[in-house]
Design a protein around this ligand. Sequence first.
Ligand code: ARG
Length: 455
Amino acid sequence: MSRLIRERFRQRADPFAAAFVSSAAEDARLVPYDLAGSRAHAAMLRAVGLLTAAELRAIRSAFDSIEREWRAGKRRLTTADEDVHLAVERWVTELAGAAGAKLHTGRSRNDQVALDLRLYVRDQIDALHAAIGALQHALLAQARKHTETVMPGYTHLQRAQPIVLAHQLLAWHDALARDAERLTDARRRVNICPLGAGALAGTSLPIQPRLVAKALGFDGVFTNSIDASADRDFAIEFVSAAALLQTHLSQIAETLILWATAEFGFVALPDALCTSSSMMPQKRNPDLLELVRAKTARVNAALVAVLGIVKALPPGYQRDLQEMKPPLFGAADVAAASLQAITLAVKGVRVNKEAMRRAAADPQLLATDLAELLVHKGVAFRTAHGAVARLMRHCAERNTSPAAMPLAQLRRFAPQFGPEIFRILTPEASVRRKRSPGSTNPAQVARRVARTARK
Ligand code: ARG
């Protein structure tokens, strides 16, 4: 129960109501930001003459002790504190005496919490950026080794056409680059300082929001005090970008889980990343990846939660906004941990090239190449498609392959087939023959690996 601001009331706060309203539990991670914001605010108050030099000194030395004690675990937020802002103000007042009572001049908890959250989200964006970079680096390192490693490419989870493994790895790299871009874009809008908006209307005091913004590394200052104190679209954008990022991580997790099954056998996770069974002694389970997949639901739920919280809010600060903290923090935590998990998996995974080659050697995968061979000879694509479909049905029913059939027999399906057909009937030839931009052609893929690594 914060006594700091209860003079209006005749009754003490009801203990249940006070605990229910308190954001102390989730505010712990905002303490460093609240302190940094308050330092900048105090310096500004001094600059505009609202604090004396001696008062600023007293407040600063209080911040120094609080920071030291917070880091040493000697201070805690409890539900007796309504939130981080009142706790910090109480601590400063206990240490700095009369000067502490001036700290809250010209500000409100409404612009303060908006400030803390913007500082927090900005840090999270920077941390996710670094972590995305590390995963991209790991993908590139694997891609460099596998520009010639053929494997089946799939659509509908059915074998489709041969690809090289590096092509898939670069596909993930591209998706992550867009995730990083979305975060960069969101950061521009996050990095606007809301302090100075007051409760909603500004203040009659001669504050200078620009000084605070500059001290805290913001690119700009709010232009409307209602918007600055009450909108949370910056946080929603972050959760939205995190949800897309997490979706990509979940897809990578699912793919590696599948590839690590005995049925595929394309990769093996290192022991260090596997869990076993309490009953079945042989088990090597990919729980790490399964949890990345499952935790994605939390980030998606977070996005629904933050959108749901704001959807019917009237203008100005509402306490509802406090409830955005758990989903916001949760989404950031899950995305950061999942990036680390997937990076470990991509770095540690052992690739079974032989198993990939064996699966890619399925002659059915070459059907499109055969149809395109006919197109090169002037056959209309749809006609070629039909001829090769009949050839492939013939092969599937007799468990044979075009490579094992005499040319005369192949010509019964399409008279245009010539002896060169036998030169293209391997997965290596299939990928080499690709020439369209952005294709799985190994030389192209190798160039893309080199170019991406230079960026
Ligand atoms: N704990 C609040 C939050 O997290 C801080 C702002 C409270 N402001 C108010 N007028 N009740 O949003």
